[in-house]
Design a protein around this ligand. Structure first.
Ligand SMILES: Nc1ncnc2c1ncn2[C@@H]1O[C@H](COP(=O)(O)OP(=O)(O)OP(=O)(O)O)[C@@H](O)[C@H]1O
Length: 254
């Protein structure tokens, strides 16, 4: 068993990984983007975050990991208060667009970037890079130029760069956007086999059904529903009222 898997396994399912209380957020003095969000996620849970365009999924992710400062309320990670601007190694965010995350000359450099910033020894950096490449199935891409990779390859490299930091919680922002069917299937299998606490934001509701054991539905910055994915997504009136459709696999024809 490698270090990445071991770290995740050390956590008990009962531990509260994320605890969000009365969270509100707005960009500047404009309208509220997130309103009174209360959400507890246990270690080891795999949670889907769904909602129409502009519902606030990315803003919630950026607030959870401390990139954005909440205007009210708090986020705790393993009972430690998250403060915006501080480095929070327990949590990793896989950005919606891998190009926002991959900016070094080679894949190996991109994965090394965060590791070198926390001043690990060169040997430890090398070990972590190789473990992350192997876990995400992209060892063969190690010496490629990051910006020349295909969308699916970039996606897995971006995940490798995050996992190399050994986060206990990983936020995936629309990870299947721009993937072809084979790359999407590979991603689903990878997420199913993951051992971290995971939140996956996606418009790909079939992916959420396959990967997540819980789903949170957001509309205009408020949590509208929180429960078992099939039960929530099969509810046609709930889905339609929140700008979504029942996924095909849950319709009578599906
Ligand atoms: N930097 C910003 N400044 C001002 N408003 C913003 C900014 N970023 C996002 N918004 C607004 O915040 C709201 C929520 O956006 P957000 O990207 O969090 O939603 P989302 O659910 O992730 O959407 P999508 O599914 O389209 O990615 C939207 O109305 C958006 O226009």
């Amino acid at each position: 068993m490698n270090d990445l898997v071991q770290t995740a396994n050390q956590l008990s399912l009962k531990t509260k990984a994320i605890s969000i209380s009365n969270l509100c957020f707005s960009y500047g003095k404009e309208r509220s983007i997130l309103t009174d969000i209360n959400l507890d996620i246990s270690a080891g849970e795999t949670v889907g975050l769904i909602g129409a365009n502009g519902a606030g999924k990315t803003s919630l992710f950026l607030t959870i990991c401390g990139i954005l400062q909440s205007t009210y309320g708090e986020v705790r990670l393993f009972d430690r208060l998250i403060q915006a601007g501080q480095f929070n190694p327990e949590i990793g965010l896989v950005f919606q667009n891998p190009d926002d995350q991959l900016f070094c000359p080679t894949v190996r450099d991109d994965i090394a970037f965060g590791l070198e910033n926390i001043e690990l020894s060169p040997e430890e950096v090398e070990t972590r890079i190789n473990a992350a490449l192997s876990l995400t199935g992209v060892t063969h891409l190690a010496d490629r130029i990051s910006h020349q990779l295909s969308g699916g390859e970039k996606c897995m490299v971006a995940i490798a760069a995050v996992l190399a930091m050994l986060p206990q919680v990983v936020l995936y922002d629309e990870p299947s956007a721009n993937l072809d069917l084979r790359a999407r299937r590979r991603l689903i299998k990878f997420l199913q086999a993951s051992h971290e606490t995971i939140i996956v934001s996606s418009h790909d509701l079939e992916l959420i059904i396959e990967v997540c054991d819980r789903v949170v539905l957001l509309n205009q910055g408020r949590i509208i529903a929180d429960g078992i994915p099939e039960e929530i997504m099969r509810n046609e009136s709930l889905m339609e009222a929140n700008g979504l459709e029942v996924p095909h696999s849950l319709t009578h024809e599906g």
